[in-house]
Design a protein around this ligand. Structure first.
Ligand code: PBE
Length: 310
């Protein structure tokens, strides 16, 4: 796993370099080389802070990326800056509006996410490593699930897909599809993958199972998808949206059966530490996830360190 993660890191690093090189030679060519230093970063005369009222557009305050962004403000000494609490949906709307007007905006971002397919965006460099490295999204189930519902446990244990797979579902939803329909379409288009997760399992007869999640775009996509797979196996599935900390608690106390939304080791590291003895970690259902501060490519800034303070 270590090598595959490492490879992913190298590949995404490479494509970011290529993108920057392409933009330098083409997109921003008209403006000349006004405020580019030799290292390609802004030389400090870009006053994005003032223009953005020193605000980072955040999401739900319970999200790991929100807390990490607040840590970044602290660690990088971004005096006067604030991470604005919002929702994932409102963040995406604000990003789209700013993007259409080519206005500066910084959002608390994560991948996989459809926004990278829709807009030209980049992560700001994080030389202090506040946002951590590549992450996995893990599946957590309550104690006793294996005995009570062996088929569901097996499906959840087998569930593993790629960032591209999840992004396909997310894109359909962002284009207006109902999450359940988007999940169903993906399942129809990926029968072989789904068959591997359910291979050899007997159908059940309406047993009730509850999956909990947070209404983040990633989790709406993944939870609807695996919920539908369980439904196809005969389960009566309930999907319950909660706040992040409550989602973890629900599985730890056994009030809910499972969730596929544990971002580790960094983003939900504190919650995992708190509850790890009370729940069962079924390991990654996806590798190569990431969080950080995200800006449009047209912004002349590359690193969190380049932000001007009050
Ligand atoms: N997210 C999406 C979550 C995990 C999934 C990055 C917004 C968070 O920050 O907790």
């Amino acid at each position: 796993m270590f090598t595959s993660l490492k490879r992913l890191g190298i590949i995404s690093g490479l494509s970011a370099t290529l993108l920057l090189a392409a933009c330098g030679g083409g997109g921003s060519g008209d403006e000349g080389t006004d405020n580019e230093g030799t290292d390609g970063t802004a030389d400090g005369d870009v006053k994005y802070g003032e223009e953005m009222n020193y605000q980072i557009t955040g999401i739900e305050p319970g999200a790991g990326v929100f807390k990490a962004s607040e840590n970044a403000v602290e660690e990088y000494g971004l005096e006067g800056w604030e991470v604005q609490a919002s929702s994932s949906g409102a963040m995406a709307t604000a990003l789209g509006e700013a993007y259409d007007k080519e206005e500066p905006i910084i959002v608390t971002g994560w991948s996989p996410h459809w926004k990278f397919a829709k807009y030209d965006l980049k992560y700001l460099d994080d030389p202090k490593g506040v946002f951590g490295e590549a992450e996995t999204i893990n599946t957590m189930v309550r104690q006793g699930l294996e005995d009570d519902m062996p088929e569901a446990y097996q499906v959840l244990d087998n569930f593993y897909w790629s960032p591209d797979d999840l992004e396909e579902v997310m894109l359909k939803i962002s284009d207006g599809a109902d999450p359940r329909d988007a999940a169903g379409e993906w399942i129809d288009e990926n029968e072989d993958t789904v068959a591997e997760w359910t291979e050899g399992l007997d159908k059940v007869d309406g047993d009730e199972i509850e999956l909990v999640y947070v209404e983040w775009d990633t989790e709406v996509g993944s939870t609807n998808m695996i919920g539908l797979v369980l439904e196809d196996l005969g389960y009566n599935v309930t999907l319950t949206p909660l706040d992040n900390a409550v989602m973890w608690e629900a599985v730890a106390t056994g009030e809910a059966d499972a969730m596929v939304a544990a971002w580790l080791p960094g983003t939900h590291g504190d919650l995992f530490e708190q509850y790890q003895d009370e729940l069962i970690d079924l390991g990654p259902n996806l590798e190569g996830a990431k969080i950080g501060l995200v800006v449009p490519e047209y912004m002349d800034i590359d690193s969190i360190e380049d932000l001007d303070t009050k």
